[in-house]
Design a protein around this ligand. Structure first.
Ligand code: NAP
Length: 296
């Protein structure tokens, strides 16, 4: 299809990722959507798409650079360019945190997102106005880190600065809780939060480095998924399709205030990039509002 908008979703076999594909697939927009619903298995989830939208199921393990390369090779043989990337795939090992699980969390969530962004931005026919959506979390305010770590987040100018922060964090986790706290990373299991803070920071950095692309991050809110049910304090109030609203708005909606009420999917957008979108609280089912993570 010549005029189709090509959207890639990672970790789409269950949870918020599946909700994102379902919400995208039922849209009836001027431009038909071609949705790459990717997952580690590549399984066909039989999600219904409104014609002429189509869903293509592909294998993609975001922690494996060969798998990322193979996915882009396949997709770019089928399409001239990929228009939107939604980095949704993630793990949380907070309930069983050890140095090894912390490394798995940071490598999957931060490393996978970083590598997918790099591959997307390196496309030979990358179009101005393409978008990246990094699904992060509202539970990782910058002010929860010590002053030194906050300063490092503010001073980032290269991806290697963030890689060095990830390495330093994982070194300190091996030394134990006291060292982790003294270094300013906070107390208790922090790898999930740190990985998402790194993703908010990589969003801001890449938005500066690629002004022609709209790159934002967001929190889906507290959603009824395997990960959402790890949290204490009751049942997550949002369905996966409600959790999908903010990411889908950032993918195909209006990024300016016009999109705050209902996403304004398929409409022209203000060129907002490097922002973090969330609702008034994690229970609210809305379409999100832009904030600056470095101010939070
Ligand atoms: N649920 C919430 O309340 C909540 C709140 C804030 C933020 N979030 C964020 O929302 C996103 C989706 O979370 P969720 O609640 O849907 O989690 P989930 O139910 O645990 O699903 C996670 C998804 O990520 C995939 N995944 C994990 N590692 C992967 C890898 N290496 N390569 C490809 N896919 C991988 C999983 O695939 P497998 O089936 O193969 O494991 C699964 O599809 C995450 O970024 C999460 O941090 C969720």
């Amino acid at each position: 299809m010549a005029n189709n908008l090509v959207v890639v979703v990672t970790g789409s076999n269950r949870g918020v990722g599946k909700g994102i594909v379902e919400l995208l697939a039922k849209q009836k927009l001027e431009r038909p959507l071609t949705i790459y619903a990717t997952s580690r298995s590549g399984e066909n989830a039989n999600i219904k798409a409104s014609s002429p939208n189509e869903i293509r199921y592909q294998k993609l393990d975001t922690k494996d650079s060969a798998s990322i390369q193979s996915f882009f090779n396949i997709a770019l043989k089928e399409q001239t360019a990929l228009d939107v990337l939604i980095n949704n795939a993630a793990v949380s090992n907070d309930y069983r945190e050890t140095p090894d699980y912390a490394a798995e969390t940071v490598q999957t969530n931060y490393g996978g997102t970083r590598d997918m962004c790099k591959a997307f931005l390196a496309q030979p026919n990358l179009k101005p106005g393409s978008r990246i959506v990094n699904v992060t979390s509202g539970y990782n305010l910058l002010k929860t880190y010590g002053q030194d770590i906050q300063n490092r987040f503010r001073a980032v100018t290269e991806i290697s600065d963030l890689d060095a922060m990830a390495d330093d964090y994982l070194k300190v986790v091996k030394l134990g809780q006291e060292a982790q706290q003294e270094a300013g990373w906070g107390s208790g299991a922090r790898s999930y939060k740190v990985s998402k803070a790194l993703n908010n920071a990589v969003t801001i950095l890449l938005a500066k480095q690629h002004p022609e692309v709209l790159i934002n991050s967001c929190c889906p809110g507290w959603t009824d998924t395997a990960m959402g049910n790890q949290a204490q304090g009751g049942t997550p109030p949002k369905t996966p399709q409600e959790g999908a609203r903010v990411p889908v708005r950032l993918a195909i909606g209006d990024l300016g205030p016009k999109g705050d009420e209902d996403g304004a999917l398929g409409h022209d957008t203000e060129k907002i990039s490097g922002h973090f979108f969330e609702n008034v609280n994690i229970m609210a089912p809305g379409w999100g509002k832009a904030k600056l993570w470095l101010d939070l």
